[in-house]
Design a protein around this ligand. Structure first.
Ligand code: URA
Length: 228
């Protein structure tokens, strides 16, 4: 791993590898993007935020012109607007906007990662890619288990369960669902998984996810952390 990336992410090599080329389709796609968009980051995107954070937010995968361009999760794309606005309002981010990675944004007791670290074609990682990349998410959670995990969308939700060795059946995804996870080899007792619809352009434009719905999830996370 490049030293700069390690300094920025604060995670161990098991939790992030900028040189990972384990998924042939994704590596080939990133190679194409680098040719077409030479100024884009176009590599596996590292997690962002506080290493030992009480809240871990898990997104899906970098967006083409957002994280894949800027190298920071949810930075520079539509999905990041509502996410960072809501995080700011609920005290998890130093300010609301997040257009570029040099904006001085600091996360507060929080960290953001993606279920899949590389940009997938059409924003759709396939099952094998999600499974292959899961080793990084698992290592990230195990290295510093958070008290709360927020899964943005069903794919992130399932990736978290897979990372923890838990069966999907026992923990159905639903917007604003909360699951108290059993203690195991990978996490201690008391970790709660929160679910939200993903804050994607599609979900926000169709009002499947409204700012109020999203804020209510974060408010519950804040309340939960306050009891710990
Ligand atoms: N950008 C990310 O980093 N992750 C997402 O899930 C969407 C946009």
């Amino acid at each position: 791993m490049a030293a700069g990336v390690k300094a920025a992410t604060g995670v161990c090599a098991a939790a992030f590898n900028i040189e990972c080329r384990a998924c042939p389709r994704l590596s080939a796609f990133l190679q194409e993007v680098r040719t077409e968009q030479p100024t884009y980051f176009a590599q596996p995107v590292p997690p962002f935020g506080v290493t030992r954070a009480d809240l871990l937010i898990v997104g899906l995968a970098p967006g083409m012109h957002g994280a894949n361009r800027t190298g920071r999760p949810f930075t520079g794309d539509h999905a990041g607007i509502l996410l960072y606005q809501t995080m700011f309002e609920t005290g998890f981010a130093s300010h609301a906007g997040s257009a570029e990675p040099d904006d001085g944004l600091k996360l507060i007791n929080c960290r953001i990662t993606n279920a899949v670290k590389c940009l997938p074609p059409q924003n759709k990682p396939d099952v094998a890619e999600i499974r292959r990349c899961n080793r990084y998410l698992a290592a990230e959670i195990v290295a510093h288990p958070p008290l709360a995990i927020l899964a943005l969308g069903n794919i992130a939700h399932q990736a978290v369960l897979l990372a923890l060795g838990l069966k999907i059946k026992g923990f159905p995804f639903g917007h604003h669902a909360m699951h108290d996870l059993p203690a195991g080899e990978r996490i201690p007792k008391g970790v709660r998984l929160f679910d939200s619809y993903h804050c994607s352009r599609y979900n926000t434009n169709t009002r499947r996810l409204t700012p109020e719905m999203f804020r209510a999830v974060f408010a519950d996370i804040r309340k939960f952390l306050g009891t710990k």
